[in-house]
Design a protein around this ligand. Structure first.
Ligand code: PGA
Length: 274
Protein backbone atom coordinates (compact mmCIF):
# COMPACT_ATOMS: atom_id res chain seq x y z
CA UNK A 1 0.00 0.00 0.00
CA UNK A 2 1.28 3.45 -0.87
CA UNK A 3 -0.20 6.04 1.47
CA UNK A 4 -0.21 9.73 0.60
CA UNK A 5 -1.17 12.28 3.22
CA UNK A 6 -2.31 15.68 2.01
CA UNK A 7 -2.98 18.93 3.85
CA UNK A 8 -6.57 19.40 2.76
CA UNK A 9 -9.59 17.82 1.10
CA UNK A 10 -8.76 19.71 -2.10
CA UNK A 11 -5.21 18.42 -2.16
CA UNK A 12 -6.47 14.87 -1.51
CA UNK A 13 -8.93 15.23 -4.39
CA UNK A 14 -6.30 16.57 -6.78
CA UNK A 15 -3.93 13.72 -5.94
CA UNK A 16 -6.67 11.14 -6.59
CA UNK A 17 -7.68 12.81 -9.87
CA UNK A 18 -4.04 12.88 -10.98
CA UNK A 19 -3.73 9.11 -10.49
CA UNK A 20 -6.95 8.45 -12.41
CA UNK A 21 -5.89 10.81 -15.22
CA UNK A 22 -2.55 9.01 -15.45
CA UNK A 23 -4.33 5.67 -15.73
CA UNK A 24 -6.48 7.00 -18.59
CA UNK A 25 -3.52 8.57 -20.39
CA UNK A 26 -1.54 5.32 -20.08
CA UNK A 27 -4.53 3.23 -21.21
CA UNK A 28 -7.28 5.29 -22.87
CA UNK A 29 -9.70 2.34 -22.88
CA UNK A 30 -9.34 1.72 -19.14
CA UNK A 31 -12.15 0.12 -17.19
CA UNK A 32 -12.72 2.29 -14.13
CA UNK A 33 -14.83 1.55 -11.06
CA UNK A 34 -16.33 4.63 -9.47
CA UNK A 35 -17.59 5.43 -5.99
CA UNK A 36 -20.29 7.83 -4.87
CA UNK A 37 -20.75 9.77 -1.62
CA UNK A 38 -19.35 13.11 -0.48
CA UNK A 39 -15.70 12.14 -0.55
CA UNK A 40 -15.18 11.70 -4.32
CA UNK A 41 -16.96 14.91 -5.36
CA UNK A 42 -13.71 16.92 -5.34
CA UNK A 43 -11.98 14.18 -7.35
CA UNK A 44 -14.73 14.31 -10.00
CA UNK A 45 -14.57 18.13 -10.11
CA UNK A 46 -10.83 17.98 -10.73
CA UNK A 47 -11.27 15.32 -13.44
CA UNK A 48 -13.92 17.52 -15.09
CA UNK A 49 -11.46 20.43 -14.97
CA UNK A 50 -8.75 18.26 -16.52
CA UNK A 51 -11.21 17.29 -19.25
CA UNK A 52 -12.33 20.86 -19.98
CA UNK A 53 -9.02 22.66 -19.58
CA UNK A 54 -6.37 20.08 -20.34
CA UNK A 55 -8.04 17.82 -22.89
CA UNK A 56 -8.29 14.65 -20.79
CA UNK A 57 -10.63 12.41 -22.78
CA UNK A 58 -12.89 9.67 -21.41
CA UNK A 59 -14.12 8.67 -24.85
CA UNK A 60 -12.76 5.13 -24.66
CA UNK A 61 -13.22 4.67 -20.91
CA UNK A 62 -15.68 2.11 -19.52
CA UNK A 63 -17.18 2.88 -16.11
CA UNK A 64 -18.76 0.65 -13.48
CA UNK A 65 -20.50 2.17 -10.50
CA UNK A 66 -19.66 0.51 -7.20
CA UNK A 67 -23.15 0.11 -5.79
CA UNK A 68 -26.80 1.11 -6.04
CA UNK A 69 -29.60 1.38 -3.53
CA UNK A 70 -32.27 -1.24 -3.99
CA UNK A 71 -35.46 0.45 -5.15
CA UNK A 72 -33.55 3.43 -6.56
CA UNK A 73 -32.24 4.12 -10.04
CA UNK A 74 -31.92 6.94 -12.48
CA UNK A 75 -35.38 8.44 -12.14
CA UNK A 76 -35.90 11.20 -14.68
CA UNK A 77 -39.11 12.33 -13.02
CA UNK A 78 -37.66 13.00 -9.58
CA UNK A 79 -35.39 16.04 -9.33
CA UNK A 80 -31.76 15.40 -8.37
CA UNK A 81 -31.91 15.78 -4.62
CA UNK A 82 -34.87 13.47 -4.21
CA UNK A 83 -33.35 10.87 -6.50
CA UNK A 84 -30.47 9.52 -4.42
CA UNK A 85 -29.49 6.72 -6.76
CA UNK A 86 -25.81 6.23 -7.47
CA UNK A 87 -26.73 6.27 -11.16
CA UNK A 88 -28.16 9.77 -10.89
CA UNK A 89 -25.29 10.98 -8.73
CA UNK A 90 -22.74 9.75 -11.25
CA UNK A 91 -24.63 11.42 -14.08
CA UNK A 92 -25.01 14.77 -12.31
CA UNK A 93 -21.63 14.94 -10.62
CA UNK A 94 -19.47 13.49 -13.37
CA UNK A 95 -20.70 11.83 -16.54
CA UNK A 96 -22.74 14.70 -17.96
CA UNK A 97 -19.66 16.95 -17.78
CA UNK A 98 -17.25 14.69 -19.69
CA UNK A 99 -17.10 12.89 -23.02
CA UNK A 100 -17.68 9.33 -21.80
CA UNK A 101 -19.93 7.34 -24.14
CA UNK A 102 -23.29 6.30 -22.74
CA UNK A 103 -22.82 2.73 -23.97
CA UNK A 104 -19.71 2.43 -21.78
CA UNK A 105 -21.48 3.39 -18.53
CA UNK A 106 -22.68 0.53 -16.30
CA UNK A 107 -24.89 0.66 -13.23
CA UNK A 108 -26.60 -1.91 -11.07
CA UNK A 109 -30.31 -1.84 -11.87
CA UNK A 110 -31.70 -0.73 -8.51
CA UNK A 111 -35.27 -1.28 -9.73
CA UNK A 112 -34.68 -4.99 -10.21
CA UNK A 113 -37.18 -7.55 -8.91
CA UNK A 114 -34.44 -10.20 -8.91
CA UNK A 115 -31.43 -8.66 -7.11
CA UNK A 116 -29.41 -11.90 -7.06
CA UNK A 117 -29.65 -12.23 -10.83
CA UNK A 118 -28.84 -8.54 -11.31
CA UNK A 119 -25.69 -8.95 -9.20
CA UNK A 120 -24.58 -12.05 -11.14
CA UNK A 121 -25.13 -10.18 -14.42
CA UNK A 122 -23.09 -7.23 -13.16
CA UNK A 123 -20.17 -9.54 -12.34
CA UNK A 124 -20.42 -10.99 -15.84
CA UNK A 125 -20.41 -7.50 -17.39
CA UNK A 126 -17.24 -6.64 -15.46
CA UNK A 127 -15.61 -9.83 -16.68
CA UNK A 128 -16.73 -9.22 -20.25
CA UNK A 129 -15.17 -5.75 -20.11
CA UNK A 130 -11.85 -7.38 -19.21
CA UNK A 131 -11.99 -6.66 -15.47
CA UNK A 132 -11.55 -3.38 -13.63
CA UNK A 133 -8.24 -1.61 -14.19
CA UNK A 134 -8.70 0.98 -11.48
CA UNK A 135 -11.27 1.14 -8.71
CA UNK A 136 -11.91 4.38 -6.80
CA UNK A 137 -13.25 3.85 -3.27
CA UNK A 138 -14.41 5.79 -0.26
CA UNK A 139 -14.84 4.28 3.19
CA UNK A 140 -17.83 4.26 5.53
CA UNK A 141 -17.54 4.90 9.24
CA UNK A 142 -18.33 1.22 9.87
CA UNK A 143 -15.46 0.23 7.58
CA UNK A 144 -17.48 -0.57 4.48
CA UNK A 145 -16.03 -0.12 1.01
CA UNK A 146 -18.62 -0.42 -1.59
CA UNK A 147 -21.57 -1.18 0.63
CA UNK A 148 -19.85 -4.22 2.08
CA UNK A 149 -21.14 -3.79 5.58
CA UNK A 150 -19.66 -5.65 8.56
CA UNK A 151 -20.14 -9.38 7.98
CA UNK A 152 -19.82 -9.26 4.19
CA UNK A 153 -17.40 -12.05 3.34
CA UNK A 154 -13.94 -10.91 2.30
CA UNK A 155 -14.30 -13.09 -0.79
CA UNK A 156 -17.80 -11.90 -1.71
CA UNK A 157 -18.87 -11.14 -5.25
CA UNK A 158 -21.56 -8.56 -6.04
CA UNK A 159 -24.43 -9.11 -3.64
CA UNK A 160 -27.39 -7.59 -1.85
CA UNK A 161 -26.65 -6.08 1.52
CA UNK A 162 -28.78 -4.77 4.36
CA UNK A 163 -27.40 -1.38 5.40
CA UNK A 164 -26.32 -1.05 9.03
CA UNK A 165 -27.99 1.31 11.46
CA UNK A 166 -24.83 3.47 11.36
CA UNK A 167 -24.95 3.73 7.55
CA UNK A 168 -28.67 4.47 7.56
CA UNK A 169 -28.15 7.19 10.19
CA UNK A 170 -25.23 8.68 8.25
CA UNK A 171 -27.19 8.64 4.97
CA UNK A 172 -30.17 10.16 6.75
CA UNK A 173 -28.10 13.04 8.14
CA UNK A 174 -26.18 13.54 4.89
CA UNK A 175 -29.12 13.48 2.46
CA UNK A 176 -32.55 12.30 3.41
CA UNK A 177 -33.32 14.58 6.34
CA UNK A 178 -32.46 17.55 4.11
CA UNK A 179 -35.17 16.58 1.61
CA UNK A 180 -37.78 15.82 4.25
CA UNK A 181 -37.85 12.00 3.99
CA UNK A 182 -38.18 9.76 7.05
CA UNK A 183 -35.85 6.86 7.85
CA UNK A 184 -38.62 4.48 6.79
CA UNK A 185 -38.77 6.08 3.36
CA UNK A 186 -35.05 5.82 2.63
CA UNK A 187 -33.24 2.78 1.22
CA UNK A 188 -32.31 0.03 3.67
CA UNK A 189 -30.74 -2.30 1.10
CA UNK A 190 -28.09 -1.93 -1.56
CA UNK A 191 -26.61 -3.91 -4.44
CA UNK A 192 -22.86 -3.69 -4.18
CA UNK A 193 -19.71 -5.05 -5.75
CA UNK A 194 -18.36 -7.58 -3.27
CA UNK A 195 -15.08 -7.39 -1.41
CA UNK A 196 -13.75 -10.06 -3.77
CA UNK A 197 -14.88 -8.00 -6.77
CA UNK A 198 -12.97 -5.01 -5.41
CA UNK A 199 -9.87 -7.09 -4.69
CA UNK A 200 -9.90 -8.32 -8.31
CA UNK A 201 -9.36 -4.78 -9.63
CA UNK A 202 -5.81 -4.23 -10.88
CA UNK A 203 -5.38 -0.97 -8.97
CA UNK A 204 -7.24 0.60 -6.07
CA UNK A 205 -7.43 4.19 -4.90
CA UNK A 206 -8.99 4.65 -1.47
CA UNK A 207 -9.72 8.21 -0.40
CA UNK A 208 -10.83 9.53 2.98
CA UNK A 209 -11.12 12.94 4.49
CA UNK A 210 -12.04 14.41 7.86
CA UNK A 211 -11.64 13.48 11.48
CA UNK A 212 -14.75 11.31 11.46
CA UNK A 213 -12.90 8.83 9.22
CA UNK A 214 -9.71 8.77 11.34
CA UNK A 215 -10.66 5.84 13.56
CA UNK A 216 -11.90 3.61 10.74
CA UNK A 217 -8.85 4.39 8.59
CA UNK A 218 -6.65 3.20 11.44
CA UNK A 219 -8.72 0.03 11.78
CA UNK A 220 -8.72 -0.67 8.03
CA UNK A 221 -5.02 -0.07 7.44
CA UNK A 222 -3.55 -1.36 10.70
CA UNK A 223 -5.79 -4.35 11.24
CA UNK A 224 -6.82 -6.88 12.24
CA UNK A 225 -8.08 -8.07 8.84
CA UNK A 226 -11.69 -8.90 9.54
CA UNK A 227 -15.06 -9.09 7.83
CA UNK A 228 -16.23 -6.72 10.57
CA UNK A 229 -14.21 -3.97 8.83
CA UNK A 230 -14.47 -5.10 5.22
CA UNK A 231 -12.02 -2.47 3.94
CA UNK A 232 -9.32 -4.10 6.11
CA UNK A 233 -9.10 -6.63 3.24
CA UNK A 234 -6.95 -4.00 1.53
CA UNK A 235 -4.10 -5.43 3.62
CA UNK A 236 -4.37 -8.65 1.59
CA UNK A 237 -4.63 -6.91 -1.75
CA UNK A 238 -2.10 -8.08 -4.34
CA UNK A 239 -2.38 -5.19 -6.82
CA UNK A 240 -1.31 -1.56 -6.59
CA UNK A 241 -3.23 0.17 -3.79
CA UNK A 242 -2.93 3.91 -3.27
CA UNK A 243 -4.51 5.40 -0.17
CA UNK A 244 -4.91 9.16 -0.21
CA UNK A 245 -5.89 10.84 3.05
CA UNK A 246 -6.10 14.34 4.35
CA UNK A 247 -4.32 15.12 7.62
CA UNK A 248 -7.48 14.62 9.68
CA UNK A 249 -8.31 11.18 8.27
CA UNK A 250 -4.66 10.13 8.73
CA UNK A 251 -4.42 11.53 12.26
CA UNK A 252 -4.73 8.23 14.15
CA UNK A 253 -2.24 6.24 12.08
CA UNK A 254 0.69 5.06 14.15
CA UNK A 255 3.40 5.47 11.50
CA UNK A 256 2.79 8.88 9.92
CA UNK A 257 6.46 9.79 9.91
CA UNK A 258 7.39 6.64 7.99
CA UNK A 259 4.51 7.14 5.56
CA UNK A 260 5.74 10.64 4.74
CA UNK A 261 9.34 9.47 4.50
CA UNK A 262 8.32 6.71 2.07
CA UNK A 263 6.58 9.19 -0.20
CA UNK A 264 9.55 11.57 -0.10
CA UNK A 265 11.96 8.77 -0.97
CA UNK A 266 9.70 7.56 -3.79
CA UNK A 267 9.71 11.07 -5.26
CA UNK A 268 13.43 11.50 -4.80
CA UNK A 269 14.40 8.20 -6.42
CA UNK A 270 11.57 8.10 -8.96
CA UNK A 271 10.08 4.70 -8.14
CA UNK A 272 7.11 3.56 -6.18
CA UNK A 273 7.91 2.40 -2.65
CA UNK A 274 5.23 1.20 -0.29
P1 PGA B 1 -18.90 9.48 2.13
O1 PGA B 1 -19.28 7.95 2.08
O2 PGA B 1 -17.89 9.71 1.06
O3 PGA B 1 -20.19 10.20 1.86
O4 PGA B 1 -18.36 9.72 3.50
C1 PGA B 1 -18.26 7.01 2.00
C2 PGA B 1 -18.85 5.64 1.96
O5 PGA B 1 -19.88 5.40 2.62
O6 PGA B 1 -18.27 4.77 1.29
Amino acid sequence: MAIFIRDSYDEMSKAAAKQIAKQIKDKPNSVIGLATGFTPIGTYRELIRLHKEEGLSFKEVTAFTLYEFLGEGFDVIKPYGLDKSSARYMHEEFFKHIDIQKKNIHYFNGFTSNPGKTCAEYEKKIQDAGGIDLQLLGIGRDGHWGYNEPGSSLGSRSHVVALTRQTIDDNYEDFYRKVGLTKDEMPHFALTMGVGTILDARKLILIASGVKKASVIKQALEGPVTAQITSSAIQLYAGEATIILDNDAASQLSNIEHIKHTEEMSKKYGFRAE
